[in-house]
Ligand binder design. Structure first.
Ligand SMILES: Cc1cc2nc3c(=O)[nH]c(=O)nc-3n(C[C@H](O)[C@H](O)[C@H](O)COP(=O)(O)OP(=O)(O)OC[C@H]3O[C@@H](n4cnc5c(N)ncnc54)[C@H](O)[C@@H]3O)c2cc1C
Length: 418
């Protein structure tokens, strides 16, 4: 009866005063076994898997704002596993498999929609490189298809197929299992599930300092007091360098940049896949409400401000209209930005740090939403056991010293595919 349509109506008419909280409003304890800093998707997933898979209970997630206020609530939600290099190929495919069962696992509908992702090719060479990628994917047990121009035209008739195209379309690579999910629901689902396993989720609690003794982490200074901790995991996305500075780690190979996204006024169903333009920085999908959600490349300068600039708006609009002239009359409703933690090889970091007891999960660049479940699993494994998860052993911080880079940015024109 509590979830009946009548109850929903009654709650709506009475100011929702009868809704139970989705997670408890906790006052921080003085001490925890593990503290996760950053209540985005990665932090909440890590806390959930620490409790679920490793049986830890004395865990807190500290979030300086509100749950879902960071990049987990600002991204364009593209989920795919069409990576070329190990361990990315296997890691992101594992994440995809976790997405496929996530609503059941969390008992929360994350609205995972496997509508397929299509990347257009604009030369014979580009189509060849896509065929190479598709072969790598298939060799790893991941489905992939190559579409020629005629096949693609049947699937995406609304693209510009005319002779006017500066970069004529040759075909595409398609991953049918790729798609989108509802970003807020992912944050809320992990938060609720972690809370039910006893994790303390503490909002409006900014970490302002990291306490060290003899090279080991002992606790955190926060805007809600000092909190002692045996192990601290950082999952603060674009703020990774700031938090690491607090622990004296000043040479991280990470730069923070703004990435913007855009949404148009709602229209009838038009874009039934996630479509990425292989000739420029532009990708698009359609929300359930009908808005066309799209994005492009990074702002070129370093910034911690969650707002973008008009130059990128113009660039992305130009690319959008070159591929899909039919959307030119639509009005842009809004655009927003989030802070990306960019690594030189465009691959993430799940690692110990030089400070004992301090662990780092970051460097997700513009592709971390899709990684959320696997990132949580692997980081929880590292925090609980002290050992790298086999899928994430390549993501150690020391690869930038040893030269074992995973240069996915240089492995193809895929840096902009989200
Ligand atoms: C416009 C845009 C589009 C994107 N599109 C995609 C996409 O389509 N697909 C994809 O896979 N990825 C995409 N991404 C990237 C993805 O959103 C990020 O890689 C991922 O969300 C980062 O992990 P997170 O969710 O944990 O980060 P966040 O949600 O940002 O979580 C980090 C949290 O740390 C908190 N924090 C920071 N400092 C402190 C402190 N001192 N104390 C306490 N808390 C602190 C922040 O408030 C924040 O809530 C996109 C990003 C943007 C901005």
């Amino acid at each position: 009866m509590r979830n009946s349509a009548f109850n929903i109506l009654r709650q709506g008419l009475t100011g929702n005063r009868g809704w139970p909280r989705t997670w408890r409003d906790r006052t921080p304890n003085r001490r925890y076994d593990v503290v996760i800093v950053g209540g985005g998707g990665h932090g909440l997933a890590t806390a959930y898997y620490l409790a679920r898979r490793h049986g830890l209970r004395n865990i807190a997630v500290l979030e300086k704002g509100h749950i879902g206020g960071g990049n987990v609530g600002r991204n364009t939600t593209v989920i795919r596993s069409n990576y070329l290099l190990p361990p990315n190929t296997q890691f992101y495919e594992h994440s995809m498999q976790l997405w496929e069962g996530l609503s059941q696992e969390l008992n929360y509908n994350v609205m995972f929609s496997q509508r397929g992702q299509i990347v257009t090719a604009h030369s014979e060479d580009q189509l060849d490189s896509f065929a190479h990628r598709a072969n790598v994917m298939r060799a790893n047990g991941i489905e992939a298809e190559i579409l020629d121009r005629a096949q693609l035209r049947r699937v995406l008739p609304y693209l510009d197929w005319s002779d006017r195209q500066r970069f004529p379309i040759w075909g595409a690579i398609l991953q049918r299992r790729a798609g989108t999910a509802r970003h807020d629901a992912v944050a809320w689902g992990y938060a609720r599930a972690a809370d039910r396993l006893g994790v303390d989720i503490i909002e409006n609690c900014e970490v302002t300092g990291i306490r060290l003794e003899a090279g080991r982490v002992t606790g955190l200074d926060t805007t809600r007091g000092e909190i002692a901790a045996d192990r601290v995991g950082l999952t603060v996305a674009g703020h990774t360098t700031q938090l690491c500075h607090m622990a004296g780690i000043t040479d991280l190979p990470i730069e923070s940049h703004v990435l913007q996204a855009f949404v148009t006024e709602p229209v009838k169903p038009l874009v039934h896949h996630v479509v990425a333009y292989g000739a420029d920085h532009f990708y698009i999908s359609q929300s359930d409400k009908g808005g066309l959600v799209f994005g492009g490349s990074l702002d070129g300068y370093n910034s911690f401000a969650s707002r973008g600039n008009l130059g990128i708006v113009r660039e992305v609009a130009e690319a959008a209209i070159a591929l899909m002239p039919c959307i030119a009359p639509l009005r842009l409703l809004r655009h927003w930005g989030g802070i990306m933690d960019m690594t030189p090889d465009a691959s993430p970091i799940i690692s110990r740090t030089p400070v004992e007891g301090l662990y780092l999960n970051g460097g997700w660049c513009y592709g971390g939403f899709k990684a959320t479940p696997a990132s949580g699993v692997c980081f929880a494994h590292l925090l609980a056991t002290g050992e790298d998860h086999p899928l994430a052993a390549g993501y150690r911080l020391d690869r930038f010293r040893t030269g074992h880079l995973i240069d996915e940015a240089g492995a193809g024109p895929f840096a902009w595919l989200q």
